[in-house]
Ligand binder design. Structure first.
Ligand code: NAD
Ligand code: UDP
Length: 311
């Protein structure tokens, strides 16, 4: 195969680091771009000795120039705690980051994939969510810096495609978990596991009846790479695991698998927290021949092993 030069923005984050690893394993050259806001060098330190891996400190709200064949645009904090910390910076990252990465793709004729999100569906009124659904997003709420930023990024991707024929791909990623999530990431899977391992109370926001469908990171990476390789399909495509759980079920599962003595503590539900979420993945099956392979218990075991070592 021919070695491709691939840029991964947000490459030192949770998902980005797994992607860099996979792309290197497949024989490519990887430029990992990150401002280390939520990512960390430690996520990619094991790749630094690879002569085909380059780590570059850069903020995607500034333009970046390089000769590359492909771009994966992942730069953006993904946990509500982190993306709300500096909301204006979050929306700038999504919108200006998309403009800069699309500008680069246009200039060097690179194929570019956007890491979009199930959050673009907001608090969905149809269930499960399919790609044709336009969503139910509060444009002025505390989640909108992320949701609307990602929606605008999708618009920019489509417009660069229509106006400049840029070779784009859009994947809508549903809740993904796995090793290398930051222990203080704030998202539910890492929170529950860290709390259970430390014997602290498990914090359920609201009454725990809200649902999410959790995907293990290896399945996501497989889907993203398949999407990048597809010739004519641009998406958007949902990439997620359709098995849906309530947060109460997740808490009970984590307690069981960690053999923890933790108690469950109910806390206020954050504003605009989506009530339910489940991907319809028929399009990914059809167009990419992709289905998730790792079910929750196996994925949680791997993630628990990881956190047992790092905390
Ligand atoms: P993460 O926070 O671990 O990774 C984001 C990375 O982007 C970090 O390394 C961070 O330092 C970097 N970054 C943030 N702002 C930047 C900027 N201005 N310039 C350069 N780098 C910047 O989160 P993640 O879970 O790995 O998410 C990666 C991508 O996938 C994000 O775009 C996120 O929106 C998307 N996504 C993730 C999920 C999920 O469940 N994990 C779901 C849907 C979409
Ligand atoms: N959540 C929770 N306890 C936590 C963290 C999150 O009950 O310690 C809930 C949160 O309110 C939401 C769900 O878990 O209903 C998923 O939250 P997360 O931040 O992981 O992802 P998102 O809401 O962006 O899907």
């Amino acid at each position: 195969m021919t070695r491709k030069r691939i840029l991964v923005s947000g490459g030192a984050g949770f998902i980005g680091s797994h992607l860099c690893e996979k792309l290197l394993k497949e024989g490519n050259e990887v430029l990992c771009l990150d401002n280390f806001f939520t990512g960390d060098k430690s996520n990619v330190v094991h790749l630094l000795n690879d002569p085909y891996f380059e780590l570059i400190r850069h903020d995607v709200t500034e333009p970046f120039l390089a000769e590359v064949d492909q771009i994966y645009n992942l730069a953006c904090p993904a946990s509500p705690v982190h993306y709300q910390y500096n909301a204006i910076k979050t929306i700038k990252t999504s919108v200006m980051g998309a403009i800069h990465m699309l500008g680069l793709a246009k200039r060097v004729h690179a194929r570019i994939l956007q890491a979009s999100t199930s959050e673009i569906y907001g608090n969905p009124t149809i269930h499960p969510q399919e790609e044709s659904y336009w969503g139910n997003v509060n444009p002025i709420g505390i989640r909108s810096c992320y949701d609307e930023g990602k929606r605008c990024a999708e618009t920019l991707f489509m417009d660069y495609h229509r106006q400049h024929r840029v070779d784009i791909k859009i994947v809508r990623i549903f809740n993904t978990y796995g090793p290398r999530m930051h222990p203080q990431d704030g998202r539910v899977v890492s929170n529950f596991i860290v709390q259970a391992l430390r014997g602290e109370d498990i914090t359920i926001y609201g009454d725990g009846t809200q649902t999410r469908s959790f995907q293990y990171v290896d399945d996501l990476i497989d889907g993203m790479v398949k999407m990048m390789a597809s010739e004519n399909f641009i998406g958007p495509v949902n990439i997620g695991n359709p098995h849906e759980f309530t947060m109460l079920q997740l808490a009970e599962k984590v307690i069981e698998l960690t053999d923890s003595k933790s108690n469950i503590k109910f806390m206020p539900l954050p504003m605009d927290d989506p009530k339910q979420r489940q991907p319809n993945i028929e399009l990914a099956k059809q167009e990419l021949g992709w289905t998730p392979k790792v079910q929750l218990e196996e994925g949680l075991r791997n993630t628990i092993d990881y956190f047992t070592k790092v905390i």
